[in-house]
Write a protein that binds this ligand. Structure first.
Ligand code: KPL
Length: 303
């Protein structure tokens, strides 16, 4: 069965090239004619691993092609997910499967709600990749993907295709635990790296701020019915800060490059959840206000 991939950013390109390399049928969906033309000029997607570039001439098409879609990897930003899905919704075959590869929380439920006849799998990824140029992706070769379906614990039949493609993965019946944990890590790290304008490792200079946020995030996870995601959060945050000390967080990179952030699906989602549960988390809310003021001062979107 063909893998349709919507979104040729770093993770979408990383999946597309590895699936194509394994001989699996892949088709890219690009948003408009201009983008399709630029892709044709590039001749395909280039995967750079261990400094070695390899070009894959993966076929590409526009959203409005007539052919039905049975399996779709949605690899766009969280704030684009709903519009992206709407652009191909008419092509989805009954019972089609979608893999939602968005950061944070909130966009997956929005998409799943809009597609009651399809199966939406949620993906949590720690794979790191970046794009040195359009239609090129550099893969560090580390990280992992967890896949799961909050409304059905049975794994799909095609996980062996990911195995063949060398995509490190695991079926996770508790995918929401994974996504909440990652959300908490992102809330404890990313906004502070933006506000202190530092790499992740720079947060070791602000231990009290990190620790206070972890206390509040732990309380939030417990209140949201996610005790497993709450365990040892502070230790895990410190471990990630050390392990990724030399990196700039994804939010820091977005702000530094004048790009829209995914704040609504990260810190914004956490603060909204706290409010829904009547939880007063003073530091988390103050962090959100500081981050919003920081974005506003740079003319960046606040959602
Ligand atoms: O996921 C991350 C990000 O930068 O978005 C880490 C590395 C965990 C930092 O929060």
């Amino acid at each position: 069965m063909t893998w349709h991939i919507l979104g040729a950013g770093s993770l979408g390109s990383l999946w597309a090239t590895r699936l194509a390399r394994a001989g699996l049928p892949v088709r890219l969906i690009l948003r408009d004619r201009q983008r399709l033309e630029a892709y044709r000029q590039a001749g395909g997607l280039t995967l750079i691993e261990a400094g070695q570039p390899m070009l894959y001439a993966i076929p590409a098409e526009l959203p409005q092609e007539p052919a039905p879609i049975r399996r779709l990897l949605l690899a766009c930003k969280a704030y684009d997910a709903q519009d992206a899905v709407a652009s191909i919704a008419e092509r989805l075959a009954p019972g089609a499967e979608l893999l939602l590869l968005q950061n944070g929380l909130g966009s997956q439920d929005e998409v799943a709600r809009s597609l009651p006849g399809q199966r939406c799998l949620f993906v949590s990824s720690t794979e790191g990749a970046f794009r040195p140029a359009d239609f090129q992706v550099v893969f560090a070769g580390n990280g992992h993907n967890w896949l799961g379906d909050p409304s059905d614990p049975r794994p799909p039949t095609w996980l062996d295709e990911l195995q063949r493609a060398g995509i490190a993965h695991q079926w996770s019946p508790d995918i929401l635990t994974r996504l909440w944990r990652k959300l908490a890590l992102n809330c404890a790290i990313n906004p502070l790296t933006v506000l202190h304008d530092c790499r992740n490792g720079g947060l070791s200079q602000h231990p009290a701020e990190v620790a206070t946020l972890c206390v509040e995030l732990t309380e939030l996870l417990q209140r949201c019915g996610q005790p497993a995601a709450a365990g040892n959060l502070h230790e895990d945050v410190q471990r990630v800060i050390e392990a990724t000390a030399a990196n700039y967080s994804s939010m820091h990179q977005d702000v530094a490059q004048g790009r829209r952030t995914e704040i609504s699906y990260l810190l914004g989602y956490a603060c909204a959840a706290a409010q829904r549960h009547g939880l007063h988390l003073a530091h988390l809310q103050h962090l959100q206000q500081r981050l919003l003021a920081h974005l506003a001062a740079r003319g960046l979107p606040l959602d």
